[in-house]
Design a protein around this ligand. Structure first.
Ligand code: UT7
Length: 332
């Protein structure tokens, strides 16, 4: 049977806090607008630490919490959409940082759904017994992606990293993963090739209307309304699909951990799904949206607070650029 157990969790948040009042000094915005539309009061910005540093710190904390030796890790999976390098993979840097000398390593990029996709992948690697301990880290440094003249998108995002060490369990697990590539334009950040010195290269051309050619391509581009609509529907669909697979009901779940994009998105999905509010964990008020890192930082906080206990049935649900979405139910 495919099942996972979280045996360690860790996180890293940068020191620098950028609150809504700071945004009102650089943009035509204010705390009242941002908080009432998003539930966010502040987010952390990694001023001088690269993504791999944050990922490494979170990963080391997770390995320490698990009590295993780094040499016992068989695979490092890193979820990120904001790496420091095109290559090598972030997971290779994390392998080096943690001393996981016996591990294989590769990355997964499904933006904010990254941790869900990585956990699902890990469970399949663990299933046949060839891999015993897998370190998953989800880490994002989104500040360099954001356009700080764009008040709609830049106020949402923060930097940070979360990690978990997982091992096989005989307890059940179910997952539902989805992608809608036809909506990719709703949220993207284009690679900037303008610094190439290849004499043969011209400007990239794509069919008319595929992406906004006037947009500042190397910054995150977002159609907030389209993502909002997708997010609420995707969360509902993913939770329904995974519950259907499991045969469990809404009330059989002890803890829901949703992607932390916007408290209105979470509230809307919670209401239409009829989830008990006290079972839904939300931490975005002083963190903002840290993309793939949101869910594992929630896991790390909850575990540290003793709120993740053996035998609990936990549902993780996420959505993000792609547009991707997914949900996992597992018994810890
Ligand atoms: O991980 C996935 C990441 N992305 C998301 O989760 C994004 C999902 N979308 C959202 O969270 C919301 O769409 C936003 C928070 C981005 C925007 O909220 P909204 O309620 O959809 O606002 P809006 O875009 O409809 O804008 C309403 C008004 C506009 O002014 P006018 O045209 O009515 O005069 C905007 O220009 O609010 C204005 N506005 C702002 N005003 C003050 C937009 N951003 C701001 C701002 N401060 N930061």
């Amino acid at each position: 049977m495919r099942g996972i157990k979280i045996i360690g969790a860790g996180m890293y948040v940068p020191e620098k806090e950028a609150d809504n009042d700071w945004f009102s000094t650089i943009l035509d915005t204010n705390d009242e607008w941002i908080y009432s539309r998003t539930g966010i009061r502040a987010r952390r910005i990694s001023v001088d630490k690269p993504n791999f540093y944050m990922a490494g710190e979170a990963a080391k904390a997770a390995v320490k919490d698990s009590g295993i030796d780094p040499s016992e890790i068989d695979l490092v999976l890193a979820a990120t959409c904001s790496p420091d390098f095109y290559y090598p993979a972030l997971s290779c840097l994390v392998q080096y940082e943690t001393g996981a000398v016996n591990a294989a390593a590769f990355d997964i990029n499904s933006a904010c759904t990254g941790f869900i996709n990585a956990l699902d992948t890990a469970s399949r690697f663990l299933e046949d017994g060839d891999y015993r301990n897998i370190l998953i880290v989800a880490s994002e440094r989104l500040a360099p992606h954001c356009d700080y003249t764009d008040r709609t998108a830049s106020i949402l995002f923060g930097d940070g990293a979360g990690a978990a060490v997982v091992t096989h369990s005989d307890k059940p697990m179910w997952s539902y993963l989805n992608a809608k590539g036809d909506y990719f334009k709703a949220l993207y950040c284009k690679v900037d090739h303008s610094r190439s010195n290849c004499p043969l290269l011209g400007e990239d051309t794509v069919p008319e209307g595929v992406i906004d050619s006037e947009a500042k391509g190397h910054f995150l581009q977002m159609n907030g309304k389209a993502v909002y609509k997708f997010a609420v529907e995707a969360m509902e669909t993913a939770v329904h699909k995974v519950l259907d697979k499991s045969g469990l009901g809404i009330d059989d779940i002890d803890l829901y951990i949703p992607h932390q994009a916007n408290s209105r998105i979470i509230e809307s999905a919670v209401k239409s799904l009829g989830l008990p509010e006290d079972k839904v964990y939300v931490n975005l008020e002083r963190r903002g949206n840290t993309s793939s890192a949101c869910i594992p930082t929630c896991v790390a906080e909850l575990r540290q607070a003793g709120r993740i206990k053996d035998g609990m049935t936990i549902c993780l649900v996420g959505f993000g650029a792609g547009l991707t979405s997914g949900a996992i139910i597992f018994e810890q």
